[in-house]
Ligand binder design. Structure first.
Ligand code: 13P
Ligand code: SF4
Length: 337
């Protein structure tokens, strides 16, 4: 198949991804593997991606693991099967590499809940506070932060700071409240949240638990406090996955984006995983942003090397500082990959 790159770019402008017919006879797994070798590319994927993408990825992980892999890779090109802030983080760490995102519109409701100008004004009102930002934010917010964290290292990072240190935590109020509770802090919280993790129905989870009394409830700390209080285990996606592999329980109710059930089932084929039900009839525990990426878009993105993540160099350097701090602290804690 040949493509007029002018047309491709027009399509990209309209859609945020290349929308082109793909020969149905093509084996996309073979084609993607060939392109990866040819271009010395690596595919990094989050657990919330669709199963085919997880199966073709070189590395699947949580946000910390993905940032660490992006930092360590020797590949010339990174295809990031995740959302925009993840690919942006990879670009911040790899200015000379080509970083691609299969669908440029794969954003994040949590990141969107914290616009840099508003956050800057908030920060200016609290000049004595150190700013810790969850990695689920834009480069603009990272540039206004002192340390970045993820769900797997947030508590360790906060615990490493002197008790009297005043802290602003942004943008996730649920993760911030959970860290406040577990580390005895009183961090100032930005009022942001993830649309997927706020949708779980406490009532339906309780009914599910009544019907499956042996089940353990595992939850991501982006969930609301009421759900976290019911959980037997709270952790990042990688931590949840590891818990299901090592715990003796055979049945789990999983309160996070449903994409992770694929890996849980692959790694523990004899166990049962039930997605925690949302508060309505829709499949709202599928992240609509994560699920914008498809195997077709991944193939086209790798083949034509668009859409690419680019950013202003001053912004990149300012955003890199707090990410480097997180990576350095995580190495010290022995966390991640
Ligand atoms: P982790 O990858 O840190 O588990 O966070 C989940 C998430 O919401 C990513 O968008
Ligand atoms: Fe953002 Fe929530 Fe989707 Fe993660 S699951 S990318 S936090 S909207």
């Amino acid at each position: 198949m040949s493509v007029n790159i002018g047309t491709a770019k027009d399509e990209l402008d309209k859609n945020g991804f290349l929308d082109m017919d793909i020969d149905p006879a093509l084996d996309l797994f073979d084609e993607i593997n060939k392109l990866k070798q040819e271009k010395n590319a690596v595919i990094l994927a989050h657990y919330y991606q669709e199963p085919d993408i997880q199966d073709i990825a070189d590395y699947i992980g949580d946000s910390l693991g993905l940032a660490q892999k992006a930092e360590q890779t020797k590949a010339d090109m990174i295809v990031f099967a995740g959302v925009h802030f993840m690919a942006e983080t990879a670009k911040i760490l790899n200015p000379s590499k080509k970083v691609l995102l299969p669908d440029l519109k794969a954003g994040c409701s949590l990141s969107d809940s914290c616009p840099p100008p508003l956050f800057k004004a908030f920060k200016e009102k609290h000049p004595e506070h150190l700013v810790i930002s969850y990695i689920n934010c834009s480069a603009g917010i990272k540039a206004l932060s002192d340390i970045i964290c993820t769900s797997s290292n947030a508590k360790a990072i906060v615990d490493s700071l002197p008790k009297e240190q005043k802290i602003i935590f942004a943008p996730d109020k649920n993760l911030g409240a959970y860290i406040n509770k577990t580390s005895g802090r009183n961090m100032l919280l930005w009022n942001g949240a993830c649309m997927v993790h706020e949708i779980f129905s406490l009532e339906k989870i309780m009914k599910l638990k009544e019907r499956n009394p042996a089940a353990k409830i595992i939850a991501h700390p982006e969930c609301e406090d009421a759900v976290l209080r019911m959980a037997d285990f709270v952790g990042s996606t990688t931590q949840m996955l590891k818990y299901t592999e090592t715990d003796i329980t055979n049945i789990f109710i999983v309160a996070t984006e449903a994409g992770i059930l694929h890996k849980m089932q692959q790694n523990s084929p004899g166990k049962t995983f039930i997605a925690a039900p949302p508060d309505n009839a829709c499949a709202c525990n599928d992240c609509p942003h994560m699920k914008l990426n498809t195997l077709d878009k991944l193939y086209l993105c790798l083949k034509y090397e668009v859409p690419e993540i680019n950013m202003n160099e001053d912004l990149r350097l300012a955003a890199k500082k707090p990410i480097d701090k997180m990576l350095e602290l995580s190495r010290g804690f022995g966390l991640g990959v």
